[in-house]
Design a protein around this ligand. Structure first.
Ligand code: CDP
Length: 203
């Protein structure tokens, strides 16, 4: 069976948790496409060359989730040649046998416009920054909330205003605002949507 779930949205909206939950529930493969851009961003040298020659070691680096990697990712992600170099891999993944969940910024709009389910996950910038701040270890780890909020806003701005594949919901995407939802509730809503589309409402 070919079945793609496209999950897009801004930084720290809950895409990762929802994607992992949906993939586990239906036995689909999951690709966090942000990791590709993060790996290109931190690799150094020419980003286009880096995107064309990404290795599994690049994708296993321990620092890919850092704030620095997020900022570096959103800079290289504005380059059309970088996006083009990563496109085929994502498209093949999306249409692999057995079902796939991809999360990112342009999955429903550019990578897989034919996706069977499209979700656009959002939450207020303050709530997203707080979640990212807690993920980074909060005050105990020396993370500064105001800095995290500023970086989230800067990245959103760059992602929404770039010319190539800007962050925006596909016309047929279902919007899911997770501001007031627990992660379990957000996953449950996404699972219900996928189940309905699969025609297996008993799942
Ligand atoms: O986890 P978080 O939502 O903070 O970020 P991410 O999904 O890891 O993405 C990091 C950066 O990569 C984003 O800010 C985008 O600039 C870029 N990105 C993109 O342009 N297209 C994608 N499909 C995924 C990520």
């Amino acid at each position: 069976m070919i079945f793609t779930v496209a999950i897009d949205g801004p930084a720290a909206a809950g895409k990762g948790t929802i994607s992992r939950g949906v993939a586990a529930r239906f036995g689909f493969a999951h690709l966090d496409t942000g990791l590709l851009y993060r790996a290109v961003g931190v690799k150094g040298g020419d980003p286009i060359l880096a995107a064309k020659s990404l290795t599994s070691e690049d994708l296993a680096r321990a620092d890919l989730r850092s704030l620095h990697a997020g900022q570096a990712a959103s800079k290289v992600a504005a380059m059309p040649e970088v996006r083009a170099a990563l496109k085929d891999f994502q498209r093949l993944f999306a249409r692999r046998e057995g079902g796939a969940v991809l999360d990112g910024r342009d999955i429903g709009t550019v990578i897989c416009p034919q996706a069977e389910v499209k979700l656009f996950v959002t939450a207020s910038a303050e709530i997203r920054a707080r979640r990212r701040w807690l993920e980074l270890g909060g005050e105990g780890a020396g993370a500064i909330y105001a800095d995290v909020l500023a970086q989230v806003r800067e990245r959103d701005d760059r992602d929404m205003n770039r010319a190539d594949a800007p962050l925006r919901p596909a016309a047929d995407a279902v919007l899911l605002d997770t501001s007031a939802l627990s992660s379990d509730a957000a996953v449950a809503q996404a699972v219900a949507l996928v189940a309905a589309r699969l025609g297996r409402a008993d799942l």
